[in-house]
Write a protein that binds this ligand. Structure first.
Ligand code: PEP
Length: 253
């Protein structure tokens, strides 16, 4: 089954708005036409309007880094899925480990956010991943299964819309330690088999599963060679236009 690769850049809380616009412009110029890869960037909320103006009509698509599951109301400081859609976002990263670690996100809140994203035509990029402690205790697959079933609670094969899963081992994020191709493939294969168990083979076959954790231009090809790795969620290297473009162009030697 062909699954169009996705390369998504998570800028986190980096760049001032004018720097973000420059980075987006540089990406746009360096990338040119890209037909065979879906290219996504997730700048901070404050940059979305200006960056949308910069990338409109190009292959670069926008993601939010988070959202609030409520539609509107007295939730000071929060941003809804509908607001993000009108800012030009097509995707939303949900349940990133930094949000779980520092902002108390749980599988239940991740589930609510996924439902809100889907109700507002945003494609969720749902992050799951184990800590080093969990990996060393041989609990990786158990942790991933729990996160996945919690995140996808209530979703059925009939109502399924495009959802992207990102496997991001916490110990590999921002540390320079990438999971080996084999370690990543093992978990990606497991995620696909869990999707098959709960939602059926057709959904499992078409769902894109990204790897995230210190992906760099020199590690992307080995990862993309794995049968169940359909792209990457890139943090640090997405802030350097040259590196991100090399990652997007992984197949071009
Ligand atoms: C991330 O933040 O999703 C990520 C994978 O970061 P990095 O590439 O810097 O490890």
């Amino acid at each position: 089954m062909f699954r169009k690769p996705v390369i998504a850049g998570n800028w986190k809380m980096n760049t001032l708005p004018f720097e973000g616009v420059e980075l987006a412009r540089s990406l746009r110029e360096k990338l040119g036409e890209v037909a065979n890869v879906e290219v996504v960037i997730a700048p901070p909320f404050t940059h979305l309007h200006a960056i949308n103006e910069e990338v409109k009509g190009t292959p670069i698509r926008l993601a939010a880094q988070n959202l609030n599951a409520k539609d509107s109301g007295a939730y000071t400081g929060e941003i809804s899925a509908a607001m993000l859609l009108t800012m030009g976002c097509d995707f939303a990263i949900i349940g990133h480990s930094e949000r779980r670690q520092y902002f108390g996100e749980t599988d239940d809140s991740v589930n609510e956010k996924i439902l809100a994203a889907l109700a507002n035509q945003l494609t969720p990029i749902v992050c799951v991943g184990e800590t080093l402690e969990e990996r060393e205790a041989n609990k990786t697959l158990e942790v991933i299964a729990t996160q996945l079933s919690g995140a996808l609670k209530g979703l059925t094969a009939e109502g399924w819309k495009d959802i992207i899963v990102a496997y991001e081992p916490v110990w590999a994020i921002g540390t320079g330690k990438t999971a080996s191709n084999e370690q990543a493939q093992e978990v990606h294969g497991f995620i696909r088999s869990e999707l098959e168990k709960s939602l059926g083979k057709a959904i499992a076959d078409k769902t894109r599963i990204l790897y995230g954790g210190s992906v760099k231009p020199d590690s992307i090809c080995g990862l993309m060679d794995q049968p169940d790795i359909d792209g990457a969620l890139v943090g640090g290297a997405s802030l350097k236009a040259e590196d991100f473009v090399k990652i997007v162009n992984f197949g071009k030697g």
